[in-house]
Design a protein around this ligand. Sequence first.
Ligand SMILES: *Cc1c(COP(=O)(O)O)cnc(C)c1O
Length: 382
Amino acid sequence: MRSSYLVFGNPLIEEDEINEVVETLRSGWIGTGPKVAKFEDQFKEYVGAKYAVAVASCTAGLHLSVISLGLGAGDEVLVPVLTFAATANAVIHSGATPVFVDVDPESMTIDLEDAARKITPKTKGIIPVHFAGRACDMKKIYELASKYNLKVINDTAHAIETEYEGNRLGGFQDIASYSFYVTKNLTTSEGGMVTTNNEEIANKIKILALHGMSKDAWKRFSDDGYKHYEVVYPGFKYNMTDIQAALGLHQLKKIDKMYERRKQIWDYYKSELKDLPLILPGEATHGTKHGYHLFIILIDTDKTKLTRDEVILGLHKLKIGTGVHYRALHCHPYYQEAFGYKPGDFPNAEFVSDRTLSIPFSPKLSDDDVKDVVEALKEVFR
Ligand SMILES: *Cc1c(COP(=O)(O)O)cnc(C)c1O
């Protein structure tokens, strides 16, 4: 057995990140400043968008996306039921109502036939989640969106490197919101980025993210001299700091290197785990590139008596940390009480929800770590 505990989602932080953070601290400019601006510029290049606004988190970005598109009280927004709570909560905090949609059991992305069934005259938006790094079927999403005049907000928390027909997702209509949380493919400890090709939306989000102060407020204390600001909207405090951007700039430089390492781990897991009672993750479908954010295994309950929770505990005892992405939202008390959902409402999501488990998949893992994960899984099922 391993001597040390293998934490799930350990980020790869190296000397270049550490030096840049220290240099930022020494510079005296630790708030929102030039490093945030540089990170926005480089990130929008990478994901293929014209505009990028760095924010405090993907959750903040989703919230601002919903508001900036004019969605609010009386509107319904389609949200896949297999996602992190933040996707739905961002809708709720805008005053709109999330309407849950089942997922495709294989890709775990939003089931667009179920989405079509859930459309009412109040439906005004859809938030596709590019789950685990797998791109949704964008063609079908935009067909649905144009037929029913829906705004599209892409939850790209898992999907920085993901491509659809040769393009990364940052420039797709209307907005994409990225996460730089600790466990994500690129981390700034906490942080996020909203990208869009629409200048008006980008400006609105920028204003909303800093108290609703006019655009130049972002430069208020720069060496150009003090500037008065004007509040044009009751906004939020959702800005990113230069300390966070210092991490992001270096993480972005090695994003493709980290991707390659995860791809190696992916291939190793797929070949080493294939004889266990598991349903292994599928490959990217035609025309897309997988972002390889999570390696999700489903416990094959036809082939083993062990439950997901027993496997988690077994791995924990062997010092292997895991994650669960996710227990479907309709299984949580809040959404049941607020919207009347109940177990059984979303069979595909529930199938995944009951069996799913994410094993360590960070580019920081050594070859020995990865072997330990495989050996521990074999031991648990022995
Ligand atoms: C992580 C995550 C979020 C929220 O990201 P934060 O940056 O932590 O706010 C939203 N949606 C999905 C699918 C996520 O995995």
